[in-house]
Design a protein around this ligand. Structure first.
Ligand code: IPM
Ligand code: MG
Length: 366
């Protein structure tokens, strides 16, 4: 199976983690029927500094023609805020990547660094946030109007809400989930009341699926109080942005979290959710697992290959029993949860990628 994959390294730690992702893809090509054709699609702050454009037309066109996109991160501290980041909105809106799929799973080897007390996650954490990815305040309607006033307008169209909820209900069903939670702020926002009505309408077709509404403030609490009970979560763009960072910390680090910016009928883009982290860029200490797990999502969602997806995930889990990057290295006091805590090797970005690749190799060979 020949697949063209656009590599969008971006800024900060983006290139470092994408390189580790490519290591995994190269290994897959070596041991399976996949044959990957990689195309480089530069974007972000560095490119903007050189060309005045954060997403060159050529990169965008190459992305459009590929089978999937692996994206690192963008954003630099020495350019005005938002300049590089707006390339993300251009891709999400321009490629109609209307679902942002953000799974948050606590793996057993990382129980020791989950910030909650054990009784709060005794039944595990396996949450998927299905975030709307094209509208809300991200539609960029508004601006700084004068010295005293700035405006951002939240907008939701029926089409955007419906297609997101269709995906969310389908996702919950295919994962065998028993409950779907919709997060909004219907006590204040018209957009949320609109959303809630459509959620109820769509839900009628899924009588077996328990349907629950949460206000976003209460949900942020629920995420800490009862994460083991949460399965599929559907929510609007900005709430999804915020709660996915909160949720990611429950699994040890933002560096662990992967995402898929998905258009179910066309090319999709996969990225770790951590951002460019310029403070640690170039030091070979970033966690590449968010990028590797983004490849898991890529093969599952774009190539419909759940077997390979599970193999990648299991390789990550196997690797975590042996080595860890700094962000997920046991903290002082972790001995309470795991008396053998000192056994883990402290890994650089590249060592972590290689360790996962070794574990995956044994699975692909057998
Ligand atoms: C994310 C990021 C982006 C967002 C930023 C970088 C524009 O935080 O992917 O979650 O707000 O969506
Ligand atoms: Mg975010």
């Amino acid at each position: 199976m020949r697949k063209t994959i656009a590599l969008a390294h971006g800024d900060g730690i983006g290139p470092e983690v994408v390189n580790e992702g490519k290591k995994i893809l190269d290994l897959i090509a070596q041991y399976t029927d996949y044959d990957f054709n990689f195309v480089e699609t530069p974007l972000g702050g560095d490119v903007w500094k050189r060309t005045g454009n954060n997403l060159p037309e050529n990169s965008f066109n190459q992305m459009k023609e590929s089978d999937a996109i692996l994206f690192g991160a963008i954003g630099l501290p020495d350019i005005p805020q938002g300049i590089a980041e707006s390339a993300i909105m251009k891709m999400r809106q321009g490629l109609n990547l209307y679902v942002n799929l953000r799974p948050v799973k606590l793996y057993e080897p990382l129980y020791d660094i989950c910030p909650l007390k054990p009784e709060f996650y005794a039944d595990g954490i396996d949450i998927t946030i299905v975030r709307e990815n094209t509208e809300s305040v991200y539609a960029q309607i508004g601006g700084i109007i004068n010295a005293d006033t700035a405006v951002n307008t939240m907008v939701y169209t029926r089409k955007a809400v419906e297609r997101l909820l269709d995906y969310g209900f389908d996702y919950a069903t295919r994962m065998g989930h028993t409950e779907i939670i919709s997060v909004d702020k219907a006590n204040v926002l018209a957009c949320s009341r609109f959303w809630r009505e459509i959620f109820a309408e769509k839900g009628k077709k899924f009588p077996k699926l328990k349907q629950t509404n949460f206000y976003v403030d209460a949900f942020c609490q629920w995420l800490i109080r009862s994460p083991s009970t949460i399965q599929t979560v559907v929510t609007e763009n900005m709430f999804g942005d915020i709660i996915s960072d909160e949720a990611a910390y429950l699994i040890g680090s933002l560096g662990m979290a992967a995402s898929g910016n998905i258009n179910p009928n066309s090319v999709s883009l996969y990225e770790p959710i951590h951002g460019s982290a310029p403070d640690i860029a170039g030091q070979n200490i970033a966690n590449p697992i968010g990028a590797v797990l983004s490849i898991k999502l890529m093969v599952e969602e774009s190539f419909k290959d759940r077997v390979l997806g599970t193999q990648i995930e299991n390789a990550v889990i196997d690797a975590l029993w042996e080595g860890r990057t700094l962000d997920i290295y046991p903290r002082k006091g972790s001995e309470v949860k795991d008396p053998e805590i000192k056994k883990y090797k402290k890994c650089t970005t590249q060592e972590m990628g290689t360790l996962i690749a070794e574990k995956l190799k044994t699975k692909l060979k057998s």
